[in-house]
Design a protein around this ligand. Structure first.
Ligand code: GLU
Length: 302
């Protein structure tokens, strides 16, 4: 079996050392296995993604010496694939339209908490959706859709879980991306009724990543530990859509001096700015090694 890995950044900003680490780990695994390393532009959010960021990604990978020979796949050119997957889930009765604004959702969570109940959070710490499919009748939903009101499509997690979620696991390669993977119990229900198509974008990260990992024949999904828990949603979608499950490896994150995950919002230096300062690719590798979080791995379990 040929090993196929991918680096899948969103071109909504310049790459930093955390991205470089992910790309390098993927490239190293593909090279070691005499496999393929692919690039994917996760650009479904066409309002935030920009050509100059995309060019920046290409320039940075080229500078690091790991630019794949094949052109990248652009998610923004494949909305039809995501629409087809949504149609299948809709036919299975697993999707529903939800019309609330972010502010309405935040207010509902506050109201529930003011009533003395602590409202559950998803693994990223975001409050679960405080309504449900039953909060509105199908007739009301159809009327609001017909009136042209914007809506998101949510996965009915209760039904999806009943269909494919119980006993679901994914395979995680601990330590080394090419190590023998171990099963990890998937807990998609911890995420509640996740959004699979947004108001402004007819897809979501979760749906698009699962479809593209299949369409690009990815055998090993290698990415940061911040996406470990979300793998449960990806595994559930694979099971619902009848897609093969790749092996996963969630690598350590690069942290800043304050122990925070690097991000644009915390002012992480971009690779292009490091390059402009005369930093070499070898020095980038050393900086990454210096900033890696301690080696504790999420523990696979059955
Ligand atoms: N596009 C995602 C990001 O930039 C990565 C998705 C993935 O590797 O699954 O964080």
């Amino acid at each position: 079996m040929t090993i196929v890995c991918r680096f899948a950044p969103s071109p909504n900003g310049f790459l930093h050392l955390g991205h470089a680490h992910s790309a390098l780990v993927n490239h190293a695994a593909a090279t070691r296995a005499a496999g393929r390393f692919l690039l994917r532009m996760e650009d479904i959010d066409t309002t935030r993604c920009r050509p100059e960021y995309e060019q920046g990604i290409i320039d940075d990978l080229d500078w690091l010496g790991i630019l794949p020979p094949e052109p990248p796949r652009h998610q923004s050119r494949h909305f039809d694939d995501y629409a087809a997957a949504l149609a299948r889930l809709e036919e299975m009765g697993l999707l529903y339209a939800s019309f609330e604004t972010r502010a309405e959702i935040a207010r509902a969570v506050l109201a529930r908490e003011a009533a003395g109940r602590s409202w559950p959070r998803d693994p990223d710490g975001v409050p679960l959706y405080p309504f449900s499919r039953e909060s509105m009748t199908e007739a009301a939903r159809a009327r609001r859709k017909a009136e042209g009101e914007p809506y998101v499509l949510r996965l009915d997690m209760g039904q999806a879980y009943a269909l494919a979620g119980a006993g679901l696991s994914w395979h995680e390669a601990p330590g080394d991306p090419l190590a023998e993977p171990l099963p990890v119990q998937a807990d998609p229900a911890a995420w509640g009724d996740v959004v699979l198509a947004r108001k402004d974008v007819p897809a979501s990260y979760h749906l698009a990543v699962v479809m593209d990992d299949d369409l690009q024949g990815i055998t090993h999904v290698i990415r940061g530990r911040d996406l470990y828990a979300a793998t449960a949603i990806h595994r559930l979608l694979q099971a619902l859509l009848g897609l093969p499950a790749p092996i996963y490896h969630h690598h350590a994150l690069v942290l800043d001096r304050d122990g925070r995950k690097l991000s644009k919002s915390t002012g992480a230096a971009s690779l292009s700015s490091l390059r402009a300062l005369g930093t070499t690719p070898d020095e980038v590798r050393a900086l990454i090694a210096h900033g890696l979080e301690p080696a504790s791995q999420p523990t696979p379990s059955t």
